[in-house]
Design a protein around this ligand. Sequence first.
Ligand SMILES: Nc1ncnc2c1ncn2[C@@H]1O[C@H](COP(=O)(O)OP(=O)(O)O)[C@@H](O)[C@H]1O
Ligand SMILES: [Mg+2]
Length: 296
Amino acid sequence: MSTIGWVIYNGNLPSSKFVDFARMLQEAAHRQNGELHIYKNNDLLSFLVSNEFKILKNTPESLPDYVIFIDKDIYLARQLESLGIPVFNSSRAIEISDDKILTYQELVKEEIPIPSTIIAPKIFSTGTIEKNMLTQVIEQLGLPLVIKEAFGSFGEQVYLVHSEAELREKVEQLQGKPFLFQSFLKSSFGRDLRLQVVGNHVVAAMKRTSEQDFRANVTSGGKMENYSPTTEEKVLAIRAAKAIGADFAGVDILFGPDDSRYVCEVNSNAHIRNLFDCTGINAADYIVRHILRQIK
Ligand SMILES: Nc1ncnc2c1ncn2[C@@H]1O[C@H](COP(=O)(O)OP(=O)(O)O)[C@@H](O)[C@H]1O
Ligand SMILES: [Mg+2]
C-alpha cells in the first residue's frame, strides 16, 4: 500500500507563496512515487467531543499517513498529532519557531550563540513604562539596538532604534505585544546567511545583502547569492534546528565581530522558492525524502 501524505498551508493569506511551497512539496513527492494531497488549514476543522479528537472536512478521503505542515496553525497541527499522525514539523517546533522569544530561550538552553537579548516584561496595554527599564536595556545592549516583536516575518517586525527617545517611542507603540531587545551586530549590517537544514544536513545556503537596510531579508530589498557555508556555520545551523526540534528549517545566521557567527532565527516554515531560484537546489526533494525515511 502506498503512503499518502497531506501538505497543509495557510488558506487565508493572499500571497501565492504559500500554495507555491505546497506545490513544490507535492511535485517532490511525485518524483519519489509518493502521493501528497494539498489542504488549506481552514478546510479542516478540529472537532473535540468529550473523549475524542476529530477532523471535519468536506472530502471523503481518510486521514493521511503523515502531514507536512507549512502553516502556523499550531492547534490544528496538535489535533492531527493527537490523532496519532506524524506531523512535520511538529506542532511544538512550529510553536517555538513562530515565537522569537521562545526560540532564543531554546537556543540558549543548548548553548548556541545568539546576540545578547532582553525579553520585554509583559505589560498590558494600560501599563506604564519604567524609565529604569529603558536605562538598563541601553546599559546592557548599547545603542543602536534592535527591537523584535516575538511574532513577525520578512523583517517587517524588526526595528533598529538609535536613541533613548526612539526606544521609548517604540516600546510605547508595542504595548500589549510580546517583544524583545537585542544587541545590534553592526558587522552584520545588511548581510546575513540563510542555511536550509533538512535532518542532519545543510542542503543549500545563500548569502543575503542589502545596500539600503540593516535587514538582509529579500522582502526588505536583500539580494541573494549562492553560498558555500563553512563547517562551523553548518554545524551551528544544524544544532539550531535541532534545538527547536525542527526536521527542516531555514536558519538565519549573523556575522559577529572577528568572524564569529550568531544564530538570528530558525524558520520552521521557511519558503524554499527563493533558495531554489538562487542555488538551483530544490529543498523539497530533501524534505520529502527525509520525512518518508522517518515514517518508515
Ligand atoms: N541583532 C541583530 N543585529 C544585526 N542585524 C540583525 C539582528 N537581528 C536581525 N537582524 C537583521 O534583520 C533581519 C530580520 O531579522 P529576523 O530576526 O530574521 O526576523 P524575520 O523573522 O522578520 O526575518 C535579519 O535577517 C538580519 O539581516
Ligand atoms: Mg529572518
